[in-house]
Design a protein around this ligand. Structure first.
Ligand SMILES: [Zn+2]
Length: 154
């Protein structure tokens, strides 16, 4: 079980709240993405460190989009993570950026850039606007697609 992921370039760690269970490969992918993309974006946009991600759906046995039938989602394997909010250092300016409801243009820019970077770091990145099931969070996973070239980014 992964409770906090170390981010190399930062002074501390980025906590995942509540702690999800992730596969080692997924934990590595998330850690790399935070380090290379999200932390620098938080610093660039808000001049603050990223402290935590509010998440859901690490390893959770359920079917896709919580339907009662159909394929099990990547969440069943610990290879997916749903991100609901990014928490930054307290103080003046933004300290929480909610995926469902960005507060102003800087937050919108941060979310757009974060999501774009997730397309390179994971096999799948889905968020608000993709479909109704992802209206309030950013879903990322490292599930291999049938065709190696087909990353799924919306
Ligand atoms: Zn998801």
């Amino acid at each position: 079980m992964v409770e906090a992921l170390a981010v190399r370039s930062s002074s501390g760690t980025v906590a995942l709240v509540p702690p999800p269970t992730l596969s080692c490969a997924m934990a590595k992918a998330v850690s790399g993405w935070l380090d290379i993309a999200v932390q620098p974006l938080a610093r660039g946009q808000f001049e603050k460190d990223l402290l935590a991600l509010q998440v859901g759906g690490g390893q959770e046995c359920r079917r896709r989009n919580r339907a009662s039938a159909g394929p099990f989602s990547e969440h069943a394997t610990g290879e997916a993570l749903d991100i609901f909010a990014f928490r930054l250092e307290p103080g003046a300016g933004s300290s929480e950026i909610r995926v469902a409801k960005p507060d102003g243009v800087p937050q919108e820019r941060f979310l757009a850039a974060t999501r774009q970077s997730a397309c390179g770091a994971f096999m799948t990145a889905l968020g608000p606007g993709s479909d109704a099931a992802h209206a309030d969070h950013l879903h990322v996973d490292i599930q291999e697609r049938r065709s190696p070239a087909s990353r799924f980014c919306q």
